[in-house]
Design a protein around this ligand. Structure first.
Ligand code: NAD
Length: 293
């Protein structure tokens, strides 16, 4: 397995002179994409990172904000920009349609891990990472203790994992049956879903990335074995709650509860933006495997 290529910082917190900067391609220029581009422009150099390109489905959104030479017109032209790491922060369909070609050329951080609930996509990306020696990075997002879960799973000790997410009804971007249930939660808490994460991901792709990250951290259980419980609660106007319950052999158990401040109606909690930046800093190349960052 390839050794991680960590950036060495000198005493002033800058890279040593002989190291090449890692080039970062950003796919998607919504809330997360804009945040990451700004952080890269403001702080990238001192972390040994530079922008390789920014792509957005609607290219007009980039005009006048992202320097022209960094705008990528056609996503299939990404190879020309020689990115070392590509970050998807757009939509699960980008992971499904382009993830494999990204991994053949670069490390790839999947911002929308609900895409991996599609078994073909998960297997295809795992294989591409293995064969190319590039890393498939899964950002922890709002998942607390993801690496502990991964270690437990690696050791064959994890027996069950449940992720419960509670948000204000206005924070859900769901249609169909779940949408109707969420609308009905104006006065009291309503359980929208309780069952395997695999079936929930296509129903609420924007709301359950944390659950999908947990499934990738625990491959022995995976999307069929990890349970997800999604709850709409009108009494949570300014934060989201994420609860993790893990059980292991010999009576072992861990329960955590995270309160993630979020503006009313926001799909993404405020702390998740900074968490994404920290995740990007970890993406230094960990060889051909899946890595929770
Ligand atoms: N891993 C996590 O914890 C986590 C946290 C928050 C958001 N996310 C995911 O990251 C992605 C971006 O989140 P955001 O808050 O920046 O969303 P956003 O809605 O603010 O931005 C999404 C961007 O992607 C583009 N887009 C939408 N649908 C597209 C499609 N079908 N093809 C190509 N481009 C498309 C939009 O034009 C927009 O520029 C979403 O998929 C979201 O679910 C993950």
């Amino acid at each position: 397995m390839e050794a991680p290529k960590y950036i060495q910082l000198n005493r002033t917190g800058r890279m040593s002179g002989d190291q090449r900067r890692r080039r970062v391609g950003i796919v998607g220029y919504g809330h997360l994409g804009q945040y990451l581009v700004k952080r890269l422009q403001d702080d990238g150099l001192r972390h040994g990172l530079e922008l390789a390109f920014v792509w957005n489905r609607d290219a007009r959104k980039l005009v006048g904000i992202v320097p022209e030479e960094l705008q990528l017109g056609k996503l299939t032209d990404f190879l020309e920009r020689r990115a070392d790491v590509i970050i998807e922060v757009a939509h699960p369909c980008i992971v499904q349609d382009h993830g494999e070609s990204f991994l053949k050329a670069a490390d790839f951080m999947v911002g929308s891990p609900t895409a991996l609930a599609d078994l073909d996509t998960e297997l295809k990306l795992r294989k591409a990472a293995r064969e190319a020696g590039h890393t498939l990075y899964i950002p922890s997002g709002a998942l607390w203790g993801g690496q502990d879960i991964q270690r437990l799973d690696d050791g064959g000790l994890l027996q069950a994992l449940t992720v419960t997410m509670v948000k204000h009804p206005s924070s859900f971007r769901v249609g169909g049956h779940l949408g109707e249930l969420a609308k009905g939660a104006q006065q009291e808490r309503v359980v929208l879903y309780d069952g395997p994460v695999r079936r929930l991901c296509p129903l609420a792709p924007n709301n359950v990335n944390t659950m999908a990250a947990a499934c990738m951290a625990a491959p022995s259980l995976g999307f069929d074995g990890v349970k997800g419980c999604l709850i709409a609660d009108p009494n949570l106007p300014d934060y989201h709650v994420v609860e993790i319950d893990a059980t292991g052999q010999g009576g072992f158990s861990v329960s955590t509860k995270r309160k993630n401040p979020a503006a009313c109606g926001a799909v993404t909690g405020a702390a998740t933006f900074a968490a994404f930046w920290s995740s990007l800093l970890v993406c230094q190349g960990h060889g051909g495997r899946v890595y929770l960052c």
